[in-house]
Every structure is written in C-alpha cells, then in structure tokens.
Design a binder for this molecule. Structure first.
Ligand code: HEM
Length: 497
C-alpha cells in the first residue's frame, strides 16, 4: 500500500490533536504509576467481549492533575480483530506485519532474531493458539493495582479469558543488568510545528514528526502512513474522524499506533560473570566493558561525552571511529544519532560532496540509514526478582526469571521496530562492523555464509581494535506480539464493527 502525500491544499496546522481521543500511553510513560500489570486476553464470547470494549473507561492523553490512581490502555492484535468479528476488508487495511503477527512466519522470526532458544516454539505466549487477542495495560499508584486488576478481570470475564498476566516489578530507574534506563526518548511534535517534510534538517534532532508515532498525521517523509480508511457509510454512528488527506474517508487509524510487546528474559548472572572473565577479575575494567557494551555508564552517563550537559544531549559526530563509544554499543546501534547526510558544513558544494560519499570521514564506513525514520517510543517495564551484581558474581543468584517486558510504539512496524531489531540489533554487519551483533541483545546465531555474530570490538586510539570473542547470549525472547493501540473512538468503532 503506497503512502499518501500531504495534500498541499490542507494546511497541516488545522489537524489539531484530540488528546482525549489518544490513549495516554502515547504521551505518558506513567512513571508515577510504579505498579503495572499487562493482561493478555483471548476472546471467549465475541458479543460479550465487544460489549465490554464498547464501554470500558480508557485513559486518554489529556493531562490530569492530580494523576489518577490507576490508568487503563487497550490494544488489539490482528487475531483479536478477527475474533471480535471485525469485517475482513476492514482488518485487511492494517499493515502486513501487523496482519502476519510477530511469530506468524518463520522468515520474520529469523529476521527478528527469534531463533535458537528464542524460537517462538518455546515461547510462553505469542505463538500458535497462544497469540493474545487483546492486551489490557494497567498502571497504578503504589497500593492501587491489585483491586483494579481484580475488578477489570471480573468485568471482562464473560467476554475474555486471561491467557497470561504479565506482572512487573518496580526496581527503580535501572533495568535488571543494573544500568539506568528510560533516558532517551524521541520528542513528539504534538504542536505539529515541524514542517511535514523538512529537507533542510541536516543535523540530528530529537524532535520527531507526530506521524512517526500516531497514524493520521504526516510522518518524517511528509506522508501519511497507510491505515484503514473506510467509506463513511461503514461508520453509521459517525464515531471516526475523517482522514486529513482524504476528507471523504473515515479514518480508523487516526490517533492510533502500533504497539510491540516482547518478553525478554535477562541472564543477569551470565552477563556480569562474562564481563568479569573478560576483565580478568578487575572491577574497574569490568565496569568499563559493561559501559562500552551499553554506551552509557551504569549511572546513565553517555561514554561518548562524559561532560554532556544532560544525559541525552549528545551525538557521535566527534567520535566517527567509535574510539570513545564503540560503534556496536547498544545505544549507538539503536539510535546512531545521525542525520540524512554525514555531518559537515552547510552549502551546496559541501552537501554534494557528502551526498556522493567523497567526504574523508565517511569513506570506508557504511552509511547507516538516517535515524529520523527509525525512532521508537519505548514503554517497557521490568519483571522478576532483581539480582544484584554482587550476587551475580558470587554465584549466589537463584535461577530466576527476570527481565524486561519490552514495549514500544511506532506508526510503521516494518520501518521502525522491525528495521531497528533486524538491521541494527541482530545483523552481524552494521556500520562497517562484521562478526558481531548487539552486545546485549544478539542471539549469537551464525550470520550469512556461516559468519559469527558473537564478537564485540572496541576501537583503540592507536593500533587495532580490542576484540572480545565468544560473547554469550544474555537475552532470550520468551513471548511477543504486535498490537494496534487504537484511538479511543476507533476502539468504540471496532467494538461495534
Ligand atoms: C533486555 C533487553 C534490553 C535492555 C537491558 C536494554 C537496555 C538499555 C539501556 C540501559 C539503555 C540506555 C538508557 C536509555 O537511553 O534509556 C537503552 C536504550 C535504548 N534501547 Fe534498549 N535495552 C533492551 C532492549 C531493547 C530493544 C529490544 C530495543 C529495540 C528494538 C531497544 C532500543 C533502545 C533504544 C532505541 C534506546 C535509546 C537509544 C538512544 O536514543 O540513545 N532496547 N536500552
């Protein structure tokens, strides 16, 4: 399905965002709501399921002061839309990745790195008849979760059965390996102030067009991402807004986003023991290696620029060879912070030289695809009993299931989540590197032609790069699915479609 260009006759400014139609998760990480549980449901009885979805109180993106005791968000998978009885022609208007599902096709699983112990056939949920139909995300202030969960489960029991309850643990600002998390996020252009397709923006910027995360608004290409646009006669109750670029169509996608959920088990003991081995037991060296793999110290300081004014105010422009922050560090892979062109002075001649790749700094390196088209809005939460580094090293950590319920929002699963996961995280060829994948997330399976993916290189100021080999797998996927997080009116429409 082709993307539709912004109609030059329709000023973008007129498309004000209806915050009361957008689910709150797009705008808020619900940091004050330290308790959370994600209920994965399957339809038991379609009519009762639809009746519940038609009336349930979903928390919107309108700012509330004080914050509510608890919030509720709802997302639906493509299997879920079918199970609810939504017409096939409407379902078919969603993106192919969403329709196929995360585990629905072996070639997608391979591209996402879901092989070996992460193969969907071992997943606790998300494959075969364990694909969830709905995800109900509950967030609550301390002490308020359990009562809300019980109430919601009772309310929806006629229509849904609970496939899985994904519990979470509040372990503070760090993820289970012990590194500060939740620092870098794209800033969404809620005011629609950024020109729809800004071809003069040559430097990296953290501001993203709203259409990268919310359907129905222009994206970074100045285009509208394909989504189901319906003949208004299908929407007899007039629930849906009209499409901004095709005003005679009802827009089922507007104010919605795609939600990725992946349950990622982290081998905390394995991680710190491996680092300790590589560091030959030297604690300072162990810390340095961990920071090199993440790209930040455990406190969150970016290692490319330890004097950066804020934890997120930096690029890699002054470190093109990865001497301060390895090119393969997790945060450098997942957001290379580059622009459409290699950095350089403005001006037509300089721009031409850089576009053609004659620039000295760019020579010899692969051009990594421009970051602005591959941003993710992360909303993950940790689960399981935390393991301290001391316990990990002493070997006293119990065999625990601890990790991250990774969640992210994006308007285009293929160009955003799947691209980052495949080309930047799993591929053993990235930015001139070979034989290595993301040091935290790589599955260490052999790449094309039997090439290894279990190395990690740290370029040195002089001489060859320091290379680690045989890096173990630290993260295993144990569940996952793609969902559509609809606008609130679109949810009501789906409940009646
Ligand atoms: C257990 C798995 C994971 C762990 C332990 C982990 C850990 C981290 C840490 C410590 C940071 C730095 C803090 C921050 O900037 O917020 C980070 C950043 C990030 N991670 Fe992960 N992560 C995991 C999975 C993933 C996955 C699956 C993806 C994408 C598919 C991803 C994408 C990102 C992105 C985009 C950033 C921000 C980079 C930047 O803008 O500088 N992470 N992660």
């Amino acid at each position: 399905m082709a993307e539709t260009p912004v109609n030059p006759q329709v000023p973008v400014r007129t498309s004000r965002v209806d915050s009361d139609d957008v689910q709150g998760l797009v705008r808020f990480g619900y940091k004050h709501h330290t308790e959370a549980v994600f209920l994965l449901l399957r339809v038991r009885e379609a009519q009762a399921a639809r009746a519940w979805l038609a009336g349930v109180c979903v928390t919107s993106a309108v700012e509330m002061n004080p914050v509510p005791d608890s919030t509720l968000q709802i997302a639906v998978s493509s299997d879920g839309l079918r199970a609810l009885g939504v017409s096939a022609d409407i379902v078919d208007g969603f993106s192919q990745e969403f329709l196929d599902g995360m585990a629905g096709d072996p070639s997608r699983a391979r591209r996402l790195g879901d092989e070996g112990p992460s193969d969907p056939k071992y997943w606790a949920w998300g494959s075969g008849n364990r694909v969830p139909h709905c995800a109900v995300l509950l967030y609550a202030l301390p002490g308020c979760l359990e009562a809300r969960r019980l109430a919601i489960e009772a309310q929806c029991a006629a229509g849904f059965e609970v496939l899985q309850r994904l519990g979470t643990t509040d372990i503070g600002p760090n993820e289970p390996f012990g590194f500060r998390d939740g620092i870098s996020q794209p800033q969404l252009d809620w005011d629609l102030a950024q020109p729809a397709s800004d071809r003069t923006q040559l430097e990296y910027t953290n501001l993203s067009c709203l259409g990268e995360f919310l359907l129905g608004y222009p994206n970074e290409y100045g285009l509208y991402t394909p989504r189901p646009l319906l003949d208004p006669s299908r929407d007899a109750r007039g629930l849906l807004p009209r499409a901004a670029e095709v005003p005679d169509r009802a827009d089922l996608g507007r104010n919605g986003s795609y939600l990725v959920i992946r349950q990622l088990r982290q081998d905390v003991a394995g991680f710190w023991r491996a680092l300790d081995r590589y560091a030959a037991g030297d604690p300072a060296e162990r810390e340095r290696l961990g920071a090199a793999m993440v790209g930040r110290t455990r406190l969150g300081q970016p290692i490319v620029d330890t004097s950066a004014a804020t934890l997120n105010d930096f690029t890699y422009r002054a470190d093109p060879d990865g001497i301060r922050c390895p090119l393969g560090a997790h945060i450098r892979r997942t957001n290379p912070r580059n622009a459409d062109l290699p950095a350089g002075a403005p001006g037509i001649l300089s721009r031409l030289v850089r576009t053609l790749g004659f620039d000295a700094a760019a020579r010899g390196r692969d051009l990594v695809s421009s970051t602005r088209y591959h941003r993710l809005l992360r909303r993950g939460r940790e689960y399981g009993a935390p393991v301290s580094i001391a316990q990990a090293l002493a070997g006293t950590a119990m065999e625990t299931d601890v990790g991250l319920h990774f969640m992210c929002l994006n308007a285009n699963l293929q160009r955003q989540f799947e691209f980052v996961q495949n080309a930047w995280i799993i591929s053993n060829r990235f930015n001139g590197l070979h034989d290595e994948s993301d040091p935290l997330l790589g599955n260490r399976q052999l790449g094309a032609g039997g090439t290894p993916s279990d190395g990690f290189s740290m370029p040195q100021p002089a001489g060859p790069a320091r290379r680690l080999s045989g890096v173990p797998q630290f993260v295993t996927v144990t569940g996952g699915a793609y969902f559509f997080l609809p606008g609130i009116r679109a949810l009501r429409f789906l409940a009646s479609a």
